[in-house]
Design a protein around this ligand. Structure first.
Ligand code: GLU
Length: 505
């Protein structure tokens, strides 16, 4: 069910990332829930780029975020590249608008220039009043006049404009958390405009939510303490307050909060960094279908123990009523299981498209694989069933795309399969070589029939023949079934590889 509001406006939601890097999982969950709500209600999903913090801006990150959203299949109705009736959708292009509202607040006495220097603020921070949130700014009495503020700016001082926070408790009505009361003593006169003339996140966000006619704000619980500020500001500006829903925090299984810093921590421990950004999962060979399905369950549940859902099914079932208050847990094993399953659920052409994307974003895959014909890759996927993520496919079939002379023989495999028992495996290969060279039908069925005949003629198990062949052509003991492998490799390359393997003895 779509939450009810007092206004009758059509539902409009937004995702408002700051361009500070790739989209991380928490952000992806926020986008997804907003997108689902919009699709469920026939509403509008807006993408707004909150790029007013010049110091945190990361080159190319807008493009990266757009790319991540497209990869997830979460397309926006208004925003970058599309435009829309409430644009521009980059906050850095809306400075005149913020200045207009700032003027209004200064004139109505809801805002004032604060003249403290950085040093004075630092000294206050060391000695001043503290609340649970840290240092609490104390409003000067009287507050500086607009003339004093303008004079300070004219003298080149980077002074800020602050909002006069009403001295009263603020109650935020949240459709997930219920009523959250913030006591007046925890609220302070926060900054609306920074010394560099740019608006703060709070100010730009409130102005834009109103001008973009946002009806519902779904965002992470880490923003809960921002909401009273936003509500007070909306009141001062005469803006309506949207419906708020703060989504549960995402935790790792060990109970720590899932964060970008997990990567650095893992590296410091000498471990491989975990996937945190959407892009990490893309590079790690996950299907967006699996990832979206998995993150839809981070805080939401469709009920009746249902889990595996397509995006369309999720849209049909999505409801804020079923978003919980409690922390969500990011279970990587479960995600892997989802991916394994989704790889069998999507159509072969879709799986192929996803593999192509994986190859395109992974510089380390054999280049011949990236350039391989559609039919070849389709065959590879057909014979590599049961994989968890695409790197499993590379491990199992990547050798098909490596030049014959570049096959590296795994020591253990050679010892166990070829050299053991006085070179029993090598002997098998020597014997097989002329017969294989004579084999006319090199289709998978032809190779299979040949191997079966050979086994029954010699009265041996298939493994006795298949394993030496596997090591000879792949360098390891892992490959798709042997007849499929040889068929995919082709006769000439199979022979070349066996010969090369025998020469290395
Ligand atoms: N730019 C903010 C962020 O990336 C948006 C928060 C909000 O949704 O209001 O966290």
């Amino acid at each position: 069910m779509v939450p009810t509001t007092t206004n009758t406006e059509p539902l409009r939601v937004r995702f408002a990332p700051s361009p500070t890097g790739y989209l991380h999982i928490g952000g992806a969950r926020t986008v997804l829930f907003n997108w689902l709500l919009a699709r469920r209600a026939g509403g509008t999903f807006i993408l707004r780029i909150e790029d007013t913090d010049q110091t945190r801006h990361v080159e190319d990150s807008v493009q990266k975020i757009l790319e991540d959203l497209r990869w997830l299949g979460l397309h926006w109705d208004e925003g970058p590249e599309l435009g829309g009736p409430c644009g521009p959708y980059f906050q850095s292009e809306r400075l005149d608008t913020y200045n207009r509202y700032l003027q209004q607040l200064l004139e109505s006495g809801h805002a004032y220039y604060a003249l403290e220097t950085q040093e004075q603020l630092q000294a206050l921070r060391a000695t001043g009043e503290r609340t649970t949130g840290g240092f609490r700014y104390r409003r000067p009495d009287p507050v500086p006049t607009v003339e004093e503020g303008l004079a300070a700016r004219a003298a080149g001082r980077q002074i800020v404009v602050r909002f006069k926070m009403p001295e009263e408790d603020i109650v935020v009505s949240d459709i997930i958390l219920g009523e959250v009361r913030l006591p007046a003593e925890q609220l302070e006169d926060f900054v609306l405009q920074k010394g560099d003339g740019f608006p703060t996140y709070h100010f730009a966000c409130v102005v834009d939510d109103a001008l973009m006619r946002v009806t519902h704000v779904l965002r992470g619980q880490e923003h809960l303490m921002n909401t009273p500020k936003h509500v007070a500001l909306q009141r001062a500006l005469g803006f309506p307050t949207p419906v708020y829903a703060h989504l549960p925090v995402i935790f790792n299984l060990d109970g720590s909060k899932m964060s970008k810093r997990d990567k650095e921590k893992a590296l410091a421990r000498g471990e491989a960094p975990p996937e945190i950004d959407v892009h990490d999962f893309r590079v790690a060979g996950y299907l967006p279908e699996a990832l979206v399905n998995f993150i839809s369950l981070l805080g939401w549940s469709p009920g009746e123990d249902r889990e595996k859902l397509t995006l369309d099914e999720t849209v049909a079932l999505f409801s804020i009523d079923r978003v919980g208050k409690t922390n969500a847990r990011f279970d990587r094993e479960k995600l892997l299981a989802f991916n394994t399953d989704w790889a069998t659920r999507v159509t072969p052409p879709r799986l192929l498209e996803a593999l192509r994307d994986f190859l395109a974003v992974n510089p380390d895959v054999p280049s011949a694989m990236r350039e391989a014909a559609e039919e070849t890759l389709a065959e590879v996927l057909r014979v590599c069933t049961g994989f968890r993520t695409f790197p499993d496919v590379i491990r199992k079939a990547g050798f098909l795309f490596v030049p014959d002379e570049a096959i590296v023989y795994d020591d253990k495999a050679v010892k166990k399969v070829l050299a053991k028992n006085e070179g029993e495996g090598y002997a098998v290969l020597r014997k097989l070589l002329p017969a294989l060279a004579d084999l006319a039908d090199w289709s998978a069925a032809g190779v299979e029939a040949f191997l079966q005949h050979t086994c029954s003629d010699r009265n041996v198990q298939l493994g006795k023949i298949a394993q030496p062949l596997r090591v000879a052509v792949s360098g390891t003991t892992i490959s798709p079934s042997i007849h499929e492998t040889l068929a995919l490799l082709g006769k000439a390359r199979t022979i070349t590889r066996i010969e090369r393997c025998l020469q290395s003895v």
